[in-house]
Design a protein around this ligand. Sequence first.
Ligand code: HDE
Length: 714
Amino acid sequence: MSKSTHESSDAKSRDLEQNREYGAGEFLTSNQGVRINDDQNSEKAGERGPTLLEDFLLREKITHFDHERIPERVVHARGVAAHGYFEAYDNASQYSKAHFLQPGVRTPIFTRFSTVAGSRGSTDLARDVRGFAVKFYTQEGVYDFVGNNIPVFFIQDAIKFPDLVHAVKPEPHNEIPQAASAHNTFWDFISVNPEAMHMVLWTMSDRAIPRSLRTMEGFNIHTWRLIDAAGTSRFVKFHWKPKQGIQSVMWDEALQISGKDPDFHRRDLWDNIEQGNFPEWELGVQVVEEADEHKFDFDLLDPTKIIPEELVPVTIIGKMVLDRNPDNYFAETEQVAFHPGHVVPGIDFTNDPLLQGRLFSYTDTQLTRLGGPNFHEIPINRSVAPIHNNQRDGHMRQQVNVGKTSYSPNLLNDNTPKQAKVSEGGFVSHQERVEGRKVRARSKSFIDHYSQARLFWNSQADWEKAHIVKALRFELGKVEEESVRQRMLIHLSLVADELAQRVAKGLGLEVPSAEGVQLNYIVGADADVAAHQSKPATGKEGKSAALSIEFSPVNKQKDIKTKQVAILAADGADAASIAALKKALEAGGATAKLVAPHLGMLKVSGGEALRIDFSLQTTASVLFDGVYVAGGEQSVQTLRQQPDAVHFINEAYRHCKPVGAAAPGETLLKAAAYAGAEALPGGPGVSVGKPKQFIQDLTTGRFWERELTSEPKV
Ligand code: HDE
């Protein structure tokens, strides 16, 4: 990569520059800087003789290679990241004194998205939660926002995290299945943990299979505190709202993308940034005054609960833009170390028991993963604010601390480095009044496990409900223990009877009665278990638009920006119809790719030739947002003979995507119509000879009514 790529003037990019290595045009050297004359042959006693131990170049190269792997993250192992900046709007400072939230301040950031359960080499499209972690290199030190794309969590207390992760990870005896929750141990665990039920509905919804990392929301789950300049503390829930809208794929698509392009998400993020389509999110806050802490019918400290936006609206206070891909995956994306305990003055913790446990875990895990206590010195983790303290030594220490004092107080160094007053930026914890007995217990205010699950269910559009039902039928269908399926049906019935009945139908079971069943195990052996049993949803939940993809206010503005369209064509295609559509798509910020039976050049009308982007064998409709059949009798006839082309259209239709054709393409659409989809052509989102309508359909996105009407009701 050439130096000029890094002309970005931000403070973190300048900081990284001292560690960048540019090999282009240079001599090959050893790690000691010795120029190498022959890197192709080891040193031997005679041309055909044994290799010599003294070959220091061979030894160095092989030894380094032997040690180039580090342990992957225990969770969130598969990830992808990008650089960018955060800019605070004028209203942010009213809630927090943090410097990066002062009007107009721009702060460099590094954002890593991840799946949770799969290992580093797993697929992007696994049904899973996505990590959404943002490192802010602020002038007051590093602030890490370590969130997810789902606003609640499976468990209420950190002590259960190892159990949750053991249950969802591949089963220990045979390491099956990879990157999937559809197996016995996960659902066994969930079936005795109704506190997970709210999050389970989110993970069974299409939120868990995003179309792109650019089209997901982000949340910091726990309630946090913001501290303003006067020292007032307020409770806050953080949201990242994607400017790209919220979009997901269907489960059938996800399964296929996992085979066709397991890197679908990371490729999409990389390509869009390279093309200058910088993704943006706005940062929103739901702020609750301390006096209002107890005014809700859920506990603000319970991480399985949201604050419905109808109760406390989200105020937008800034934006994040991702505008630069990393230079090196390992150095940056793999070595970055996030920690919810990395806070700056103006942000503070609450007593959420999940958050409290996380505050221990993150540094602890890096000690193993990154090999010692100096990982804050790795370039991607290094603060741009200066670091001075009396911590010393340890594996791989980079800093050369000058001077003889490494303790405080001291007089030999004038008692420096010195403590900072609040007025000098010193961090002071919010002085919360706390009193209580030392107990191992779960607050009774955490006990309603079903009402917000029902709120989520109630808030979904019909197609979203159908997807949740199908997902549960799939996941529970993969469970081999019938007792686990039965228990899950009981929990679902306590969320919403309709949900349980629809899932039960697919499993070929009756919904069992909840009477006399011990629903959860959230207290110790000597505690009163019955007193802690969760009750069915209250039935007064109503709806909240922000919980649905269909109704979310984030999706109000629709366009075709960054959408990908496949134009199907074969030799003899009509050049004019391809050119006109391409132009219209590009004008709206979408991209058209030419897909044909063969690679190379496509002979089009008028004797011209067009470069083909993909052959039918190297791509698939699941990798596109819409499909268009180019005009030209000969081209359409050729495509009709190609099962892959017919399948392409058929599948796009089944996945409710816009399907268009120049006039003669109708024959191909007819050939593609599968049983139940006789409406093709002519159905919703299908257009013939109307490229403008096709663009309009692409703006709409998906035509879910096709699924609801042409497939058996679930
Ligand atoms: Fe994490 N989590 N977590 N987590 N988490 C890790 O830290 C942990 C939780 C989240 O891109 C680990 O560096 C505990 C909630 C993200 O590098 C580890 C508990 C949320 C990432 C860890 C939780 C998250 C992690 C593994 C329950 C959303 C990836 C590797 C108390 C708010 C960050 C590492 C990245 C990673 C522990 C629950 C988000 C082991 C103990 C809730 C985005 O420290």
